[in-house]
Design a protein around this ligand. Structure first.
Ligand SMILES: [Zn+2]
Ligand SMILES: [Zn+2]
Length: 114
């Protein structure tokens, strides 16, 4: 198999799909050719999974009313209907409050007794 010249679907640059790479692909069981040049492939890997990072950066804020205190607030996700939505304050409180019955520190006033 001679080297093949392919065009990158991302940047349009032509790149060589070398004999060695073709063999590598075949060994791995890939029967399709790479569609991106090495640069773009690398860039995509660095980017941490292209299409998935869509929600990152522009977070969609949704206007909601806090089910606990009734305050208008915004949350960075679309709340599930029927589930309580808390404003940051109440959320922090509920987390602190519902920490579970762990008797942390045993109520000692900082001084440790052996
Ligand atoms: Zn490219
Ligand atoms: Zn609240």
């Amino acid at each position: 198999m001679p080297d093949e010249t392919l065009a990158c679907r991302d940047c349009g640059a032509s790149f060589v799909f070398s004999e060695g790479e073709q063999q590598f692909f075949r060994e791995r069981g890939y029967d399709n050719k790479p569609s991106r040049c090495p640069d773009c492939r690398h860039a995509r890997r660095e980017g941490g999974g292209g299409q998935r990072s869509q929600s990152r950066g522009d977070r969609q804020m949704t206007d909601v009313q806090c089910t606990s205190c009734g305050k208008d607030t915004q949350v960075p996700f679309v709340p599930t209907p029927g589930r309580p939505v808390l404003c940051p304050d109440c959320f922090a409180q509920s987390r602190a409050g519902s920490g579970g019955g762990g008797s942390r520190g045993g109520g000692g006033g900082g001084q440790r007794r052996w």
